[in-house]
Ligand binder design. Structure first.
Ligand SMILES: NC(=O)c1ccc[n+]([C@@H]2O[C@H](COP(=O)([O-])OP(=O)(O)OC[C@H]3O[C@@H](n4cnc5c(N)ncnc54)[C@H](O)[C@@H]3O)[C@@H](O)[C@H]2O)c1
Length: 505
């Protein structure tokens, strides 16, 4: 028996030294991923944890299980308080989803303007109607920038940005900052769930050491899980409450509690064995998209040379009832996820001595698309004996995708930049973006306002670059007056056009 305990202690020691960051002072810096463990080993660490727990006093284990049971009961009774950190495109719909299921929800954000707007019952996201915020405000949903109130929450969901640095490496500074705020307020029996997209191992290697620096211990005093957001902005059929949620806990009880929380707002929870599997699932989904978009973009370049219409090809291919999923070409990748997330994976892959060649190649192809579009525009103007320099060109749609007001990473900015560099006189129109925000990769751009598409204006332009096919556009009206449209979205398909008026790009 004595020997068993000794063996157990040494196993637990191995687990602690492998899985936990030793130097808590530096905890949370992304340069310090110390958990270079194959997943098999991580799995066995769960087994070790279980073994360790049996050696703990039975009373303590019972107490923890009882606390989780009580928490699950309180979820059912809706006396369980949900806190959401980061009220952007992901956090705000999520907070609303919980509030609509009768939870009391508190939103936290460092952006004082957003907090003020929400507290006035106003929305800053096009898809979220003000009536919903007004209906939930006061009773179910309140917002604040006062992070001291985090200690009143039973669950804290982190939905802050995970961009790339200038060197195209993961920038976890927002996640780290939020986790530090939580750590200051952390109290017994709280559960922290990371929703932001990130590379596998982040929850364990970055969040856990910061949270345990509070003196509390995971699985005993508090709980920790990862559940990726799968929001598809602008998609009317797939909103947060219709999409199954993948959930992975840092231990069994964390997973159980997180699962119970999400079960109350979504139709299905897909429980996975660890936070690493949940993190890896999200990155796989986004990388799959990025690579397939690169594939159709490359096909577009080839078929364009061969005089074959890629759009017609995709329509035909997608009639196959198995083995093919349609992806569509475009002027380049946009949004906060698809262009960035695969680089989180390739960054961590390098730590494991691997180059993710597929991801790099897809990135290369996708980032080359704006150059192709400009080439097509230049050729079309050339056919009209016009140089790009001095030509009046208007970009239609600056949002990164149809029917959203989100301009992040939109290829429209790269196209705008290239045209300005070539000396074009550039305007833009986007029914959902009245003024162009300052973009961090294009600090030199002057402020611009969306140009109204009057018949006079449409006639005055040498060309329109159709980058985003918002439903609000009346293509027949635009085609009545526009001399030339470079169509990157096949939006003018089946419309009456005059010869040479539309060029596919
Ligand atoms: N937008 C999407 O379609 C989408 C889809 C799936 C996953 N994601 C992921 O979800 C995460 C959030 O994305 P988003 O689109 O909602 O970003 P966002 O920029 O719209 O919102 C993030 C919010 O977090 C706030 N914030 C930043 N630092 C903070 C801090 N320390 N404390 C409190 N608030 C802070 C910002 O002010 C902002 O309001 C990212 O990891 C993203 O990759 C986004």
């Amino acid at each position: 028996m004595k020997n068993d305990t000794k063996e157990l202690e040494s196993l637990v020691e191995i687990k602690n030294s492998s899985l936990r960051t030793k130097d808590k002072k530096d905890a949370g810096t992304i340069h310090e991923v110390k958990t270079h463990l194959p997943l098999g080993q991580l799995g066995s660490s769960h087994a070790l944890k279980k073994l360790a727990q049996t050696a703990d006093s039975q009373d303590q284990n019972d107490r923890i299980v009882q606390e989780v049971k009580k928490a699950i009961e309180r979820i059912g009774q809706r006396t369980f308080q949900i806190g959401v950190i980061g009220l952007g495109y992901v956090g705000l719909p999520l907070a609303i989803a919980f509030a609509r299921k009768d939870f009391r929800v508190k939103g936290f954000d460092i952006d004082a303007e957003k907090i003020e707007l929400l507290n006035q019952g106003k929305s800053y996201i096009r898809q979220i109607k003000e009536e919903i915020i007004q209906e939930l405000k006061v009773k179910q949903f309140t917002c604040t920038s006062d992070f001291n109130q985090l200690c009143d929450m039973d669950a804290i969901l982190i939905c802050v940005p995970t961009p790339l640095t200038e060197a195209r490496e993961p920038d976890l500074s927002f996640v780290i900052e939020s986790t530090k705020q939580i750590s200051k307020q952390l109290r017994k029996n709280q559960i922290i769930i990371l929703e932001s997209t990130t590379y596998p191992t982040t929850t364990r290697s970055v969040l856990l050491p910061i949270l345990e620096a509070s003196g509390l211990e995971v699985g005993k005093d508090f709980f920790l899980a990862f559940s990726p957001e799968r929001e598809d902005p602008g998609n009317p059929t797939h909103s947060v409450v219709h999409i199954p949620k993948v959930v992975g806990g840092i231990d069994e009880l964390s997973g159980d509690l997180a699962e119970a929380i999400y079960r109350s707002i979504v139709p299905a929870v897909v429980r996975v064995s660890s936070t690493e599997v949940a993190e890896a699932t999200k990155i796989l989904e986004n990388t799959y998209r990025a690579i397939n978009i690169a594939l159709v973009n490359e096909m577009k370049l080839l078929y364009d040379r061969m005089g074959i219409d890629i759009w017609e090809v995709i329509e035909a291919a997608k009639t196959k009832p198995f083995g093919f999923q349609a992806f569509y070409p475009g002027p380049g990748l946009g949004g906060h996820c698809i262009p960035l997330d695969p680089f989180y994976l390739s960054w961590v892959a390098k730590k494991y001595g691997m180059n993710t060649r597929f991801i790099e190649l897809a990135g290369e192809i996708n980032t080359a698309m704006p150059a192709f579009v400009i080439q097509k525009l230049g050729d079309a103007l050339n056919d009209r004996a016009l140089p790009i320099r001095g030509a009046k060109i208007t970009i239609l749609g600056m949002a990164y995708k149809k029917d959203v007001d989100d301009p992040r990473e939109s290829p429209g900015f790269e196209l705008l930049d290239r045209l300005l560099q070539k000396g074009a006189i550039v305007s833009y129109n986007d029914p959902h973006i009245p003024v162009l925000p300052k973009m961090r990769h294009y600090p030199h751009h002057q402020p611009m306002k969306s140009q109204e598409l009057t018949p006079e204006f449409l006639q005055s332009q040498d060309a329109f670059l159709l980058t985003t096919d918002h439903s609000a556009y009346d293509w027949e009206y635009i085609l009545r007056y526009a001399k030339l449209i470079i169509d990157t979205r096949n939006a003018t398909k089946n419309r009456q056009v005059s010869r040479g008026q539309v060029v596919a790009a």
